[in-house]
Design a protein around this ligand. Sequence first.
Ligand code: SAM
Length: 254
Amino acid sequence: MAQQTDSATHFGFSSVPLGDKQSMVDDVFHNVARRYDLMNDLMSGGLHRAWKAAMIARLNPPRTARPFALLDLAGGTGDVAFAAARAAGEGFRVVVCDINPDMLAVGRQRATAIHLEQRVSFVEANAEQLGFEDNRFDASTIAFGIRNVPRIEVALREAFRVLKPGGRFLCLEFSHVDLPLLDRAYELYSFNVIPLLGGVVTGDADAYRYLVESIRQFPKPAAFADMMRAAGFGRVSFEVLSGGIVALHSGWRL
Ligand code: SAM
């Protein structure tokens, strides 16, 4: 689990000054942005779509004209926002917020190509310091983003602050496989195949080495649930998907 102190944190398996992590993460996503979506499909065999669909099913946005505002944090190239918009009714709007302009640029192009630009907007922002007023959103989501944020507890407090009372926060993140055999196969695949594939597809094997290592540093689901409670969320729960490869966390602003 990531040890965060005032001065140090993890970037993958390396210990780095807390103040350096964000720029290192930004370099990773700058380098892979154009091939990010393709790489997600290749390395997960398309499974990431099912995990995101599970999060949208929990979100259950209204299928009517009733206004519903979603904030998708670290939303990258827009996958979650697009899936939610397709599942929702006419009153649905989503803001994709991400710190990386290259990821957002890909997302904007995709939104235009699939004619969702009226319902999906893109904002460059740090999840640790959102420019939105309190109580603005009906729900907030974050998929495979929170482990990249240097001060996770600060980002969780921000996600809580911008929610309306009664609003829900959902967080999808890689977790820890503890099924016999699957754990060994997953370990071999993660450390041998993913960086190799990342190198071939994006030209940056190190970016995918970081990804695999950062997953190992992320807290186990029960510990992350405690971090959510500490940020103010109530009725906190989680479910593990695909043998623990991924965990879906839920909390409410009560
Ligand atoms: N949510 C998208 C998805 O599931 O496909 C993208 C996930 S991608 C693995 C992680 C994203 O987190 C990147 O787009 C990165 O730029 C973003 N990110 C990293 N640190 C961030 C921060 N402090 N604030 C907002 N976004 C951040």
